[in-house]
Ligand binder design. Structure first.
Ligand SMILES: [Fe+2]
Length: 263
């Protein structure tokens, strides 16, 4: 019994016919949906980890909704800093709000795992915020699942990646880390936001970011500025068993040519 799910992030969908940073993000999402249909049609679900819409207009969410309707698996959603919560809810419905937190938070229990989605977006801010109510909610959801491994998915990275955009991560992560530490088996904390692939251990917990559907960021260093790149268009494919949790990165717009050799 293997848990299998796809994570997409940073879709940055625009209203039909409009581009974002020169890219047709709607067409890129169509390619991502094609890749899921071709490769992950038997996955348990897909998570959209925020920055669903670039500018947050209802028409962008309508466009998103039309594209993801083709996904052959259930879709679970949380929001990022580019999203507009009211606008999102006007298209997708108020059912996405967790009553206890007032944000787009959710738990999914499947195949011996608990998956927790946290909405780290805060109106008017680019960095991430988890409210006191969300930390209390997270602790309660973790307390219910002490007998199971847990995967947490949210838009903003909590850990510093030692790059310039560290200044827009979850800037006050201590309460989040303390909440996670109440559980003995946090398998992954998966985020988007940085448009960059990374994996890290911080304070004894495993953190991953995926590059997502929009432009990707080159690695910047103090004297090396970040460059925005058109590719690769990346989703994560997560496989969970009783004793392992694996994150594979699938570049669905990779531009690489396939090599054919005789084995
Ligand atoms: Fe983004």
């Amino acid at each position: 019994m293997t848990l299998k799910f796809v994570v997409m992030s940073d879709l940055h969908v625009m209203p039909q016919g409009e581009l974002s940073m020169t890219l047709d993000t709607g067409a890129r999402l169509e390619q991502a949906v094609d890749a899921v249909i071709a490769r992950y049609g038997d996955a348990d679900f897909c998570v959209l980890a925020g920055d669903l819409a670039d500018l947050g207009q209802p028409s962008a969410y309508e466009h998103l909704k039309a594209i993801i309707a083709r996904l052959p698996i259930p879709v679970h959603i949380t929001l990022g800093n580019h999203d507009d919560r009211d606008s999102f809810l006007s298209v997708f419905g108020d059912g996405y709000i967790a009553a206890e937190t007032g944000k787009v938070d959710k738990t999914i229990d499947l195949k011996g795992y608990r998956i927790i989605l946290l909405d780290s977006s805060e109106p008017g801010r680019v960095d991430g915020v988890l409210s006191e109510a969300q930390i209390a909610w997270l602790k309660a959801r973790l307390a219910e699942a002490m007998d199971r491994p847990v995967i947490v998915i949210l838009h903003h990275n909590a850990n510093a990646l030692h790059i310039e955009s560290d200044n827009i991560r979850i800037l006050e992560p201590d309460a989040f880390i303390a909440a996670l530490k109440t559980h003995p088996d946090i398998r992954q904390v998966i985020a988007g936001h940085v448009h960059l692939t990374s994996t890290a251990t911080w304070r004894g917990l495993p953190f991953t970011t995926l590059a997502g559907n929009h432009y990707s960021c080159s690695v910047d260093q103090p004297n090396v500025p970040m460059r925005r790149l058109t590719g690769p268009g990346q989703m994560a494919f997560v496989l969970g068993t009783a004793d392992s949790t694996t994150v594979l990165f699938d570049d669905f717009i990779d531009g690489n040519a396939e090599i054919f050799v005789e084995d």
